[in-house]
Design a protein around this ligand. Structure first.
Ligand code: N01
Length: 499
C-alpha cells in the first residue's frame, strides 16, 4: 500500500466545505492536504449534473463571502456556473495543488497511542494530526428497493448519478420523487420525452420562482464597486433570516407562504382534479420549499401523467403501481433524495473506543457539539455536520461560520503542544438538549410531513434551529474549556487532563 505520508491536517472532500477549510488553513500557515473521491473538485456541484440543476439559493449569497463573483449570469445559478466558480476559487487560492483527486477514504481510525488519525484510501495510506470531514451529508444517494429492479430492462439513474451521455429525447421516462431535485428535472425532461410519468408519493409546496438573468450593466457595476454586491448579498441574507422565527414557532408568515403557493398552483393548474392531487396536506416549510415556474405546467402537459398510486414492482420494461396498472419505460429517474441521517460515511470513522461514529449515532441519534466535534473522536472536525442544516438560506454561510472554530482548535493544538482535543460528553449532551428544545415546536418537527430532516426515531438531527448569525457568533471563538486536552507526548510525559 502506497504511503501518502503524515500531514498536520487531512481534509476529506473538495466541495464548498473542503475548499473553504483549505483556504483558511493555508492562511493560518497550517500544512494539509485534501482527498477527494471524484476526479474533479466541486463536491455536490460536481456530482449533481442532471438537466436543469440549479441552486435555489440566490447566487449572491451562495458563494464564499471572501470570494464574491460579480459575473453570476442569473440571480439563481445553474450547476455548471457554480462548478466553474468553485474550480476558479480552488485555483485562485492555491487549493487545487493540495487536492488528491480520485482518492476515496475507506477508513479513518484514531490511534490513541500515537495521537493521530490513520487514514486508508484507495490510493494508499496516510496519517494526520487532525481530520476534517467535509464529505457532505447530501452525497449518498438514497436508492429505494423496488421489487424487480434488478431485472428492469430500462436504464435507472439517480439524480446525483446522472449519465450525461443518456439522451431522453423521444423516450418513455419515469421520475420518482417530487422534491427539490425532481422539480428541476421534470420540466426539462418533459420537453424532450415522448411520454413522462411522474410518480408522486407526497406533493410538494411549489412557490413562484423569482429568478432572472443578471444584466450586463449590473455585472459591470459589481465588478467596479464590490461594496454594492456585498450590500445586495447582505439584504438577501437578512430577508431570508426573516423566515426563521415563523419556522421555529410554526407561525403566521407560513400562512402567507401557503397562500402564495396555493395561488401559484391555481394559476398554473386549471384542472381541479389535478390540482387536488398537487395540494399538500402538511405545513409549508416542513420540507424544503421548492420554487419553480416550470414544474407545474410540465405536469399538466399532454405527454405527462402524474401517478399517485404507490409503486408495486418493476417487471421487464414496466413499472406496475398498486392499482395494477403497468406503464412501459425506457428510463427510470430516481429523484429519491439522499441518505442523510443514516449516511454510511461515518461507518468509516473509528474513534477512541474502537467504535465507529455510525455505531455511536445508531445507539441514539446523529449528534455532535456545535455540529462540528464528537465526544470520543479526538481531533475530528466535521463541516456541515449534525444540526447545521438550513432550509432558508445558504449552507455556505454555515460552513464559513465553522471555519474559524476549526482553525482555532487546530491552532490551539499546534501552538500549545496539545496532542488531542476531545469534546466533553456533558457539554455535547447539554448542547443537543438545547437544540432539541428549540426544535420542539418548529415546522420541521410538527409540520406533519416526513422528511430527511428527521431520523428513524423522529428526532431532528439536521436543522440549526436559530438565526444563522447566532451559529456564526457561537463558533467565532474556539472554546477550549469545553474540551479535554492531552499534552503532546513529544513535549511532556503523556498527561491526561480528562475529567
Ligand atoms: O430529495 P428529497 P431531493 N417511493 O428527499 C420521494 C438539496 N437540493 O434530492 O416526500 C416513492 O427532498 C419522496 O417522497 P416523500 C435540498 O437540501 C438542493 O429532491 O418522502 N417516492 C420525495 O418526493 C433538498 O432538500 C437543491 O413521500 C419516494 C423524493 O423522493 C435535498 O437536496 C436542489 C421513495 C425525495 O425528495 C434533497 O432533495 C436539489 C419511494 N420509495 C436538491 N423514496 C438546491 O437548489 C423517496 N421518494 C440547493
Amino acid at each position: 500500500m502506497t504511503n501518502l505520508g503524515h500531514h498536520r491536517v487531512v481534509i476529506i472532500g473538495a466541495g464548498f466545505g473542503g475548499i473553504g477549510a483549505s483556504i483558511r488553513l493555508a492562511e493560518a500557515g497550517i500544512e494539509h492536504v485534501i482527498v477527494e473521491k471524484a476526479d474533479e473538485v466541486g463536491g455536490t456541484w460536481w456530482a449533481n449534473r442532471y438537466p436543469g440543476c440549479r441552486c435555489d439559493v440566490p447566487s449572491h449569497l451562495y458563494s464564499f463571502s471572501f470570494a464574491l463573483n460579480p459575473d453570476w449570469s442569473d440571480t439563481y445559478s445553474l450547476q455548471p456556473e457554480i462548478h466553474r466558480y468553485l474550480r476558479k476559487v480552488a485555483d485562485d487560492y492555491g487549493v487545487t495543488q493540495r487536492v488528491h483527486l480520485g482518492t476515496e477514504v475507506t477508513a479513518a481510525r484514531w490511534d490513541d497511542e500515537a495521537k493521530r488519525w490513520l487514514i486508508e484510501t484507495n490510493a494508499g495510506s496516510m496519517s494526520a494530526g487532525a481530520l476534517i470531514s467535509a464529505h457532505g451529508f447530501l452525497s449518498e444517494p438514497a436508492i429505494p428497493h423496488f421489487a424487480g429492479i434488478e431485472s428492469f430492462t430500462g436504464q435507472v439513474m439517480h439524480s446525483a448519478q446522472w449519465d450525461p451521455s443518456y439522451d431522453v429525447n423521444g423516450k418513455r421516462v419515469g421520475v420518482i420523487g417530487t422534491g427539490a431535485s425532481a422539480v428541476q428535472i421534470v420540466p426539462l425532461v418533459q420537453k424532450e420525452a415522448k411520454q413522462l410519468y411522474v410518480f408522486q408519493r407526497t406533493p410538494a409546496w411549489i412557490l413562484p420562482h423569482r429568478g432572472r438573468p443578471i444584466r450586463a450593466w449590473e455585472r459591470a457595476l459589481y465588478r467596479r464597486v464590490p461594496a454594492i454586491q456585498r450590500l445586495v448579498r447582505q439584504l438577501v441574507y437578512l430577508r431570508n433570516e426573516l423566515l426563521i422565527l415563523p419556522a421555529l414557532l410554526h407561525g403566521k408568515r407560513l400562512d402567507l407562504i401557503r397562500k402564495m403557493a396555493l395561488d401559484h398552483l391555481e394559476a398554473q393548474i386549471p384542472d381541479p382534479e389535478l390540482r387536488a392531487k398537487l395540494t399538500p396536506t402538511f405545513a409549508p416549510g416542513c420540507k424544503r420549499l421548492t420554487p419553480t415556474n416550470d414544474y407545474l405546467p410540465a405536469l399538466a402537459a399532454p405527454n405527462t401523467e402524474l401517478v399517485t398510486d404507490g409503486i408495486n414492482e418493476l417487471r421487464g420494461d414496466e413499472i406496475v403501481t398498486t392499482d395494477g396498472v403497468a406503464r412501459q419505460l425506457d428510463v427510470l429517474i430516481l429523484a429519491t433524495g439522499f441518505r442523510v441521517t443514516d449516511n454510511t460515511f461515518p461507518a468509516r470513522i473509528v474513534g477512541r473506543a474502537g467504535r465507529t461514529l455510525r455505531e455511536v449515532w445508531d445507539d441514539d441519534s446523529m449528534g455532535g457539539y456545535n455540529g462540528t466535534t464528537f465526544a470520543g473522536f479526538p481531533n475530528l472536525f466535521m463541516l456541515a455536520g449534525p444540526n447545521t442544516g438550513i432550509g432558508h438560506t445558504s449552507l455556505v454561510y454555515m460552513i464559513e461560520a465553522q471555519l474559524p472554530y476549526i482553525v482555532g482548535a487546530i491552532k490551539h493544538l499546534q501552538d500549545n503542544h496539545v496532542a488531542a482535543l476531545d469534546v466533553r460528553p456533558d457539554v455535547q449532551a447539554a448542547y443537543n438538549e438545547m437544540i432539541q428544545r428549540k426544535l420542539r415546536l418548529s415546522v420541521w418537527n410538527t409540520g406533519g410531513c416526513s422528511s430527511w430532516y428527521l431520523d428513524k426515531l423522529g428526532r431532528n438531527s439536521t436543522i440549526w434551529p436559530d438565526y444563522t448569525f447566532n451559529f456564526a457568533k457561537r463558533l467565532k471563538r474556539f472554546d477550549v474549556e469545553s474540551y479535554y486536552q492531552e499534552v503532546s507526548p513529544t513535549q511532556a510525559p503523556a498527561q491526561l487532563v480528562y475529567g
